[in-house]
Design a binder for this molecule. Structure first.
Ligand SMILES: Cc1cc2nc3c(=O)[nH]c(=O)nc-3n(C[C@H](O)[C@H](O)[C@H](O)COP(=O)(O)O)c2cc1C
Length: 180
């Protein structure tokens, strides 16, 4: 494998749910968002809307809403207990939404992955949280209306922050690969 800065960022990225509370500066945030905006999109539609949430009040509001919700179906309490409460420590959350149709789903996920890698290159880690935010929006349409444009579907949501306590190293990859 060729070792370069991009590969080091890809390999360094880990999913986190606990962050150290340090804010993400404007320049770092702009860098992360720019990486998202430069993801490829089907027919170059760039269908998305990025909602960058860094207001402590909004993060607290989302956290309180999240804590008040019943567990999503199928998640046993002992697993939920391990899920942590990222909205207590993450300084930023980014939502990527788009109108349904075409390649919106793929486009939004690619944007989020670009942001994950750009963040990792700056020592900022991330954590996917789409299911919970979707659940929040289902219970609270007013919150959804406040955060994403009307008629848009939430396709990706994640936290960003400087990492808190180290996570279990899930770095090793065991997927199968065939070279044909
Ligand atoms: C679509 C998607 C959904 C995920 N959902 C959760 C989740 O509900 N809870 C969680 O702790 N991690 C979740 N993750 C993170 C994965 O568990 C994590 O990416 C995987 O274990 C590999 O670890 P790494 O990201 O640190 O390399 C999700 C990741 C993706 C891409």
């Amino acid at each position: 494998m060729i070792d370069n800065e991009t590969m080091r960022s890809i390999l360094a990225r880990r999913s986190y749910k606990t962050f150290d509370g340090r804010p993400i500066g404007d320049e770092a945030l702009e860098t992360i968002v720019t990486a998202g905006l430069y993801a490829p999109t089907g027919m170059n539609r760039q269908p998305w809307h990025f909602t960058v949430i860094r207001s402590p009040e909004m993060l607290e509001k989302l956290g309180a809403a999240r804590r008040s919700l019943p567990l999503p179906p199928g998640i046993p309490p002992e697993i939920a207990a391990k899920m942590g409460d990222p909205m207590r420590s993450a300084p930023v959350m980014i939502l990527v939404s788009a109108k349904e149709g075409g390649t919106s789903f793929e486009d939004c996920c690619l944007a989020m992955e670009n942001m994950f890698i750009a963040a990792a290159s700056l020592g900022i880690m991330s954590g996917w949280d789409h299911a919970t935010v979707k659940d929040l929006f289902r219970h609270d349409p007013a919150l959804k209306a406040e955060l994403i444009p009307e008629g848009y579907v939430l396709y990706a949501a994640a936290f960003f922050g400087y990492p808190g306590p180290a996570v279990k190293d899930r770095g090793e990859r065991k997927g199968t690969v065939a070279y044909v």
